[in-house]
Design a protein around this ligand. Structure first.
Ligand code: LLP
Length: 399
């Protein structure tokens, strides 16, 4: 058991051993079918985590110019960077062209025209994949569903032909293929089966291969087990990748790619937080922690469930609402959570916080920036003065 005595809370705690094991299993399963994985870096920008993923040979998926810059800074080659996003600015598109990243995943006919113009002006050719909105239900929380008509993402099917024609008619656009991403935290394989059927049809109907398309990027979204992270600390990548190999019917030689975020990093992170008060309410007790929605906004935004454990107490089980200190009624981590009898000073761990926790931190209430620590080879390591950077360098040197 790692000793956290004297460490200022709250802090993120990342298990690098679990991360490495997860990434290597994902790579192995994807590798069986020749599939390539881009890490959706929006899930977690930590340099040590990103560095470990880069070292496993994965590419990266970005959704802003700053993510592209960060990825290059972290040592990802420009040849493995893809860049999606519905609202790329001219400056971001120029950056992608200047850095000659692998591919812009274009989300509208309107954007395609701007990419064409900017590429033309600088005398370049932009490699583009068209992100298609396939109208496939992802069976997830509606706030993280992206592939339906009502969602702003991707080119809807009635506009795909126009986009394809624009590509073929332009010397400044190099069409590479199609991109899809139907949503996040998808825990059933059924939506992916439907996606495969849709992709097969689109590929054939729009003659994608004849138009020079050779990349099929299926996005990410594979979910993790938030209810029982102890038992399922590594997502079962085997049936996930097998499903695509069994259901995709494409011409030979198509380069199939994925953009995984949560499934790679979600289970390797926790938040360690101290109990400030155990407060009596009406018919309930509140455990007030020093972490809040500023460090983990998923419960507030998506009613997400994160398992919480008390590592200081072995008292009799009691029921609490676990809440942060932020001035928002939605700053609640769990309602009616059963914890061992909890008191001021106890340490709690909020599990499955490796994805979309630290990368979504808020500045609200001018709260202090949380710390972070890593576990590697069972040892606890501090982040140093510049969070992450020192360890990134050390990790690089010790390779
Ligand atoms: N590719 C694209 C184009 C994306 O937009 C995303 C996530 C991914 C890949 C990676 O998806 P993943 O494998 O991580 O599910 N903040 C939300 C999740 C937002 C996901 C945004 N896009 C949450 O905390 O649940």
């Amino acid at each position: 058991m790692v000793d956290f005595t004297g460490i200022k809370t709250p802090f993120y705690l990342y298990d690098l051993d679990l991360l490495r094991e997860t990434v290597s299993r994902a790579s192995k399963e994807a590798g069986k079918y020749g599939y390539f994985i881009h890490y959706a870096i929006k899930a977690n920008y930590d340099p040590v985590i990103s560095g470990a993923i880069r070292d496993h040979g994965l590419g990266v998926d970005c959704v802003s110019g700053n993510e592209v810059r960060k990825s290059l800074e972290f040592g990802f080659s420009e040849r493995v960077i893809v860049f999606a996003g519905v609202g790329k600015t001219d400056e971001e598109i120029k950056l992608a062209l200047d850095k000659d990243i692998f591919c812009l995943n274009c989300e509208s006919v309107e954007e395609l025209k701007v990419i064409e113009e900017l590429a033309g002006r600088s005398g370049r050719t932009a490699r583009v994949a068209l992100r298609v909105n396939p109208a496939v239900e992802a069976e997830t929380h509606r706030h993280i569903s992206t592939g339906m008509d009502e969602n702003k993402f991707g080119i809807s099917l009635p506009h795909l032909q126009t986009a394809l024609d624009l590509c073929s008619g332009s010397e400044h656009l190099e069409f590479t293929g199609l991109h899809f991403h139907i949503g996040s935290q998808i825990t059933s394989l059924e939506p992916y089966r439907r996606l495969c059927r849709r992709v097969n049809r689109i590929w054939e109907q729009y003659d994608i291969s004849k138009r020079g398309g050779y990349i099929l990027n299926l996005g990410g979204g594979f979910g993790i087990d938030y209810n029982d992270p102890g038992r399922n600390s590594i997502p079962d990548f085997k049936p996930f990748f097998r499903l695509f190999s069994e259901n995709l019917q494409l011409p030979e030689g198509i380069d199939v790619r994925f953009e995984l975020g949560r499934s790679l990093v979600g289970q390797c992170g926790k938040i360690v937080t101290s109990v400030l008060y155990v407060k009596e309410g009406i018919d309930k007790k509140f455990v007030i922690t020093d972490a809040g929605m500023t460090e983990l906004m998923r419960p507030s935004l998506y009613q997400a469930v994160h398992k919480i454990i008390n590592i200081s107490s072995s008292g009799n089980p009691e029921t609490y609402d676990v809440a942060g200190p932020v001035c928002e009624s939605t700053d609640i981590f769990a309602r009616d959570a059963v914890l061992p009898a909890t008191s001021r000073g106890d340490l709690l761990q909020i599990l499955s916080c490796g994805a979309y926790a630290e990368s979504m931190t808020l500045n609200f209430n001018l709260r202090d920036k949380p710390g972070k620590l890593y576990i590697a080879g069972g040892d606890l390591m501090p982040a140093g003065d510049l969070p992450g950077e020192d360890y990134h360098k050390k990790a690089m040197h010790s390779r």
